[in-house]
Design a binder for this molecule. Structure first.
Ligand code: NAP
Ligand code: MG
Length: 402
């Protein structure tokens, strides 16, 4: 069989632990036998991030700006335990945070729906796509541990020297302090990305924040969305018969649970982080959620929404068999190949990405799956496969589709 040729490289960001193991299996079984893979490889594994003083993460994001499409493996965000485990020079920041702050943009996360896997929320018959703002707030915070009594102030010095000052709190004893920010530019591009994605996919757009409590910070998000809707998108939305709907986040949470799905739910950075795990799990499984960062600079980064599956990795290291679901990571590859194909006018490549997704869904629908999927599938006699055999089963389905 002749391999599919590529004209422009993909940016390939390798990662950590169990997903790094899956990454290699996916490439060996599902990508390189079919595609003459052109990729610019960046090793974002924690060891190499530490070795390069995290420069590799910055380089991979810049390469994404250059080439336009990246596919990323899950990576460890270091904490105190990881400092020890990997003997780190520094507690490096979240690679996703670093990449997102360079690319800006919005993360869209949608569940992969498969027959036989029924959502925990029975009325969710259509996917809910979470649009997560990918810049600022607590992900770009500055924090202080306050040792004792004193006054905390919020100070802004304008370029012309004008100072605005607010008292945050008069501490009587030890405490904690955090400064966060966002920019109108980033919020606007977030809102634009959401409205455009809603139009592209012909789905309603919901947006929610805590504007009643955060009367300036969150309220600015609300105002920017409303203003853009009124001035730029209203006519198009009305033509398509879709709606833009703002509601307080607590109200939104209640409505989402009662809904049938089929809309985009736009959320601030932290809310989107938390809600996407909730929504993914409620659709059946955290490992069945796709994620794509859409940047206003016109570039795309595809990944799985789940983490490095640490617990499975330790089993793997101990020589035990694992049954880790690779579907979301395969979808990341498929999404990146489809987008690369679309941007390069390479139909063969785009079609391959499509078939790869189809092969994942069909394999599960035919009763072959990983352990966690078998626990929630209505399939009568599921065949439970280990990590590699599941990928091989997908390959078999893929061969039957090509
Ligand atoms: P996780 O890797 O998402 O895994 C949490 C649990 O969810 C697993 O222990 C497993 O449950 C289940 N799970 C997740 N993905 C699965 C899959 N593909 N197949 C089967 N089961 C799956 O989250 P974590 O353990 O909290 O985080 C581990 C590391 O990932 C952390 O260092 C964190 O920083 C990093 N992380 C990275 C990203 C990213 O790069 N995008 C995102 C989140 C977290 P069972 O153990 O019960 O089987
Ligand atoms: Mg998260």
């Amino acid at each position: 069989m002749n391999k599919i040729q590529m004209t422009t490289p993909l940016v390939e960001m390798d990662g950590d632990e169990m997903t790094r193991i899956l990454w290699q299996m996916i490439k060996d079984e599902l990508i390189t036998p079919y595609v003459d893979l052109k990729s610019e490889y960046y090793d974002l594994g924690l060891e190499n991030r530490n070795k390069t003083d995290d420069q590799v993460t910055v380089d991979s994001a810049n390469a994404t700006l250059k080439y336009g499409v990246a596919v990323k493996c899950a990576t460890i965000t270091p904490n105190a335990a990881r400092m020890k485990e990997y003997d780190l020079k520094e507690m490096w920041k979240s690679p996703n945070g670093t990449i997102r702050s360079i690319l800006d943009g919005t993360v869209f996360r949608a569940p992969i729906l498969v027959k036989g896997i029924v959502p925990y929320v029975k009325n969710w018959t259509k996917p809910i796509t979470i649009a997560r703002h990918a810049y600022g707030d607590v992900y770009k915070n500055t924090e202080i541990k306050i040792p004792g009594a004193g006054k905390a102030e919020l100070v802004f010095t304008a370029e012309d020297g004008t100072v605005t000052k607010e008292t945050i709190h008069e501490f009587k004893g030890p405490g904690i302090l955090q400064g966060i920010h966002n920019t109108e530019k980033s919020i606007e591009s977030f809102a634009n990305a959401c409205f455009k994605y809603a139009i592209d996919t012909k789905q309603d757009l919901w947006f929610s924040t805590k504007d009643t409590i955060s009367k300036k910070y969150d309220h600015t998000f609300k105002d920017i969305f409303q203003n853009l809707y009124d001035t730029t998108y209203k006519a198009e939305f009305e033509k398509l018969g879709i709606t833009y709907f703002y509601t307080l986040i607590d109200d939104a949470v209640a409505r989402v649970v009662r809904s049938e799905g089929g809309f985009i739910w736009a959320l601030k950075n932290y809310d989107g982080d938390v809600m996407s795990d909730m929504v993914a799990t409620a659709y059946g499984d955290l490992s069945m959620m796709t994620s794509v960062l859409v940047s206003p600079k016109g570039v795309y980064e595809y990944e799985a929404a789940h983490g490095t599956v640490q617990r499975h990795y330790y089993k793997h290291l101990a020589g035990e068999e694992t049954s880790t679901n690779s579907i979301a990571t395969i979808f990341a590859w498929a999404g990146a190949l489809k987008k690369r194909g679309e941007l390069d006018g390479n139909n063969e490549l785009a079609n391959f990405g499509e078939k790869l997704e189809e092969a994942c869904v069909k394999t599960v629908e035919n009763g072959k799956m990983t352990k966690s999927l078998s626990l929630i599938s209505t399939c009568e006699n599921p065949v439970i496969l280990n990590s590699l055999d599941f990928i091989k089963a997908i390959r078999e389905t893929l061969d039957s589709l090509l």
